[in-house]
Design a protein around this ligand. Sequence first.
Ligand code: 5GP
Ligand code: ZN
Length: 110
Amino acid sequence: MAASCIFCKIIKGEIPSMKIFESEKTFAFLDINPLSYGHALVIPKHHGTKLTDIPDDSLTELLPVAKKIAQAAGVTDFNILQNNGRIAHQVVDHVHVHMIPKPNETEGLG
Ligand code: 5GP
Ligand code: ZN
């Protein structure tokens, strides 16, 4: 945990979030500024800025949880995005996997 990290505060419940999933090593919640309806973030509870800062055993659930969220929400088409570093457009310095649904364009958002 890092005292000033907003995602660590979300894990601890110090900042409210729309929680989707929680296990011993993993937490998932809705993105506050969604790129499409259902845009979710899946994060390791272990604090670290980049994938390279996180032990492997804290990374193993990230994709399976993103997959389960998509399945549970009935999302068939989606993007998985994971940014590392400012040049790669990372804004929040706690590893996170985006699950961004891509709805049919005739259905609106996205
Ligand atoms: P990045 O560009 O670092 O990959 O994406 C960070 C994501 O975190 C953005 O999509 C942004 O909307 C989301 N985000 C930033 N602050 C908060 C917050 O306090 N709560 C939630 N739920 N999402 C946040
Ligand atoms: Zn953190």
